[in-house]
Design a protein around this ligand. Sequence first.
Ligand code: GDP
Length: 444
Amino acid sequence: MFDSLQNRLGSILNGLTGRGALSADDVSAALREVRRALLEADVSLEVVRSFTDRVRTKAVGAEILKSIRPGQMVVKLVHDELVATLGSDHSPIDLNAAAPVTIMMVGLQGSGKTTTSGKLAKRLTEKQRKKVLMASLDTRRPAAQEQLRILGEQTGVATLPIIAGQDPVEIAARAAQAAKLGGYDVLILDTAGRTHIDEPLMAEMAEIKARTKPHEILLVADSLTGQDAVNLARSFDERVGITGIVLTRIDGDGRGGAALSMRAVTGKPIKLIGTGEKMDALEDFHPSRIADRILGMGDIVSLVERAAENIDAEKAASMAKKMQSGKFDLNDLADQIGQMQKMGGMGGMMGLMPGMAKMKDQVAAAGLDDKMLKRQLAIISSMTAAERGNPDILKHSRKKRIAAGSGTSSADINKLLKMHRQMADVMKSMTKGKGGMMGQLMGG
Ligand code: GDP
């Protein structure tokens, strides 16, 4: 099974804890694990190489000297570089062109082209109120045109009437004409695939492109194909030119490596992901979720779903004991924040804990959103053990040092301390009564 990068980095990173800066050797040791984990996540070798080189350049040097803790810094650098490589922002389907906007779907047979065409058409129709026409240009697979027609019927999207005997380019021309005359906003062309890349396929795609001048050419690729996805993406991009990628069967791929490889090799954005066979299983692509997945931190959504299992019973029991004795120091707060992150951040936490409503106001007052959680953890990590155990000793000079170490301000630290005090108070009052958020958390 794929071991999470975080776990694997664990021992190396622990070894780094407390040192001021990362040496080239430290970085190399950590990056060896990163490299191994990326390969296991099915990222292609060339992408892994250039990726680790980029992280190395950033890790050995000035940036790391200012870091919170070296180990955390490596994980953060790897995470940030993953997100940057995957494309920092979500990149939507571009419909800014004169109607009908033509979207051409390309890819291998079985990659999910037809299914994705149907999903996309449904989405554009229902969510963006577009008038969509779909046409299958697949004359090779006997049932392909019929498959799209049925999908159209199911989703309430118009399809081009089938005329037997036409070749793909003729159908494409007819579709473009029909879309124009019919006043359609969007035309989706579902092209034929092959079991592998070959020249006739590429020539056919190029010809259809020349005839219909599509505004978007989306490469539909099966995320489970892993390494092959790289060659596929490169060939299609070089020969036909793609504007974006749709990764299907993400629901079956726990690793996410194909996404990273394809994006890195083509430089083209991943626009959508297919998450199942149903017609609404199409989602926007969020780079940070895939980065989290590759890092083994799981994606936010699935973490929320699994939150109940994620609560560490042992930790919870010892925490309960501590609280009964009226003690709740900053180590405990860090644990709590860690748990919250595991459970999908504030949103996930709020949704899961019925008693949490009680604390909602305090939490909101403290400005405790997910970014804040990270900052809070950074602050606590920059403290000494003595400071964490007894926050009362945190006076001006210590705060200044911690702020510098964590890249925050004294005001941030004061906010954290205030929140800690409030939480400690609330928890004290809760343990006196029964139930509430902590009751849920501890008893669960
Ligand atoms: P095409 O040959 O590229 O047009 O591929 P199809 O659209 O016919 O899809 C092939 C198979 O993959 C079908 O059984 C689809 O239901 C399935 N499929 C497509 N996208 C996804 C997805 O995102 N997740 C899962 N689990 N199955 C998918």
